[in-house]
Design a protein around this ligand. Sequence first.
Ligand code: ZN
Length: 336
Amino acid sequence: MNKARLAAKLVEWVGHRNLLGLWRWSGALALNYHRIGDPGDSLFDPGLWSATDEDFDAQVRFLKAHFDLVGPGDLAELQRRGRGRHALITFDDGYRDNYEHAFPILRAHRVPALFFVAAGLIDRGTASWWDEIAWMVRTAPRRSLPASRWTSHPIALDDPGALGTLLGRYKSLPESETAAYLSSLAETSGSGRCPPEAAAGTWMTWEMVRAMRDGGMAIGGHTVTHPVLSRLDEEGQRREIAGCADRLRAELQLPMRWFSYPVGGRGSFNQETRRCLREAGVELAFSYYGGYRSYREWDPYDVRRIAIEREIDLSRFRAITTLPSLFGRERRNSST
Ligand SMILES: [Zn+2]
């Protein structure tokens, strides 16, 4: 289909008035990345790589040319003014490539970004639950898991959908059952648990996070152990949120003003989460189910973000950022 026909179809499909509204959107367009670079032969979850260095560089260049790229400290004032299209680059989890790959690119373009770190992953340096499940799938000597209390049917580990199924199951569990689930996977697959040395160099050190802070990047919290917060009772949520704030204060001498919800779907946080965030003094909390947050419907504890994933080429990236309510909808895959 040529461009003119495509445009005509688009107008017909969305409706002319709606399309004008889509073009004229105003608000905060927050994009979310996890890892930058090339997964190569990594045994960890390949879905976490959001862009190659080259793609990330091209995306930053495009954003810088077409948007006001802002930091989280600007958003309250911009929201009060209620006008303009502002873009915010964010990263979740605290992977070392954020420091080694993304930070130099951001610095070269002189643009700000916001990095959310899970304090316990930085402290311990061991594999996260999603990377450990990916590691088990890749290394297990037994290539099929029998049906069990965890999965209603056998799972062939060579099936391309196996990892997504196992991650989805983890996310559906009450937090109290997650450790038993990982042990069961380790045992039935024959992989055992991921040894700490397999995760060496995966996470930033606090020294690296401090260097990014000093280089003008904003740092926010992402809990201690990266649980789905809504699966914890209020006390458990408070421990994860306040515990992360304590570590940021101790290591970075920063209050935890910004926060992102692990997993980040609509069901991953609740009223108790919001209460704990308020108590901890958090000013903005970011979700992760697509779309953007318009200044008219502002919710400081649900600033929506769009997932950027490796298969998004520059033309799709342009479409997503130009018409986020059309192309930046709900995420389909299961990253964290
Ligand atoms: Zn995360």
